[in-house]
Design a protein around this ligand. Structure first.
Ligand code: FE2
Ligand code: FE2
Length: 246
């Protein structure tokens, strides 16, 4: 389902139903960017038909300029072939030169790939995007991205949350009291099985540094809906979930 988040930021993609009827979202985010759209992650092959229909509806005749990959697991890249078939001129932006050799499909051409290294920023279709190491991740090459124009932090797997059926597409401001800690905890305990071996205070301190350095107005997780209204509340509940899991 296409949902407008803020400014020129849109959220698309579907969710899958799992244990106990809880939904796990698999989102793609799009910055329309005045004629040179930027796509963040490619979505799952499981949702290919819906994703491509939503992208075509959202973009119309405008080809996306760049597809930024947070990491290469299938829920984030499974739909890449459909996107690059529809728009062969789109460039892929990845975190490391090892990706095209070890992790990306063989048919991705070298000339399609660009690198966005953690700690740097660059301009894509007139839009400045900065890159940082993924603080909480399940794959080493994961990077996060930040768009200063909308204040959006794209956090890949981190900040996801499980959704009950009736809340599948709701943003934090569309709930009575934001995203419950329990939803964040359910997701993070399942997605990051190593967390019980971690120091929760250290995880939260590292996350705090990320937010201290940027003006974050929107958190854009792949496996949840955007947290666009009360970022401080979202981070506080994430912190609480981490402390309960670790
Ligand atoms: Fe992942
Ligand atoms: Fe994921």
């Amino acid at each position: 389902m296409i949902r407008h988040v803020v400014g020129d930021l849109y959220q698309i993609g579907e969710s899958s139903v799992g244990e106990g009827g809880w939904h796990e979202a698999v989102r793609i985010y799009v910055l329309l960017n005045d004629g040179c759209p930027l796509i963040f992650d490619a979505g799952s092959h499981v949702h290919r038909g819906q994703i491509m229909a939503e992208l075509h509806t959202l973009l119309g005749d405008t080809a996306p300029g760049y597809v930024f990959l947070t990491h290469t697991e299938l829920p984030h890249t499974g739909n890449l072939s459909a996107i690059l078939t529809a728009w062969p001129s789109a460039k892929l932006v990845v975190s490391s030169a090892i990706l095209p050799y070890c992790e990306l499909p063989w048919w991705v051409k070298e000339e399609q790939i660009m690198y966005g290294y953690a700690g740097t920023n660059a301009v894509y279709g007139g839009r400045a995007i900065s890159f940082l190491d993924g603080i909480l991740k399940d794959q080493p090459g994961t990077h996060w991205m930040y768009d200063a124009q909308t204040g959006t932090l794209f956090t890949a797997d981190a900040f996801g949350y499980m959704l009950p059926t009736n809340s599948e597409t709701l943003f934090d401001d569309e709930h009575a009291d934001g995203i419950p800690t329990d939803w964040l905890k359910r997701y993070h305990a399942s997605a990051f099985r190593f967390l019980p071996q971690c120091d929760g205070n250290k995880v939260n301190a590292d996350i705090a540094k990320v937010f201290a350095k940027r003006n974050v107005n929107v958190i854009a997780p792949t496996h949840g809906n955007a947290i666009r209204h009360n970022v401080a509340q979202g981070v506080a509940r994430f912190n609480q979930a981490i402390m309960e899991i670790c």
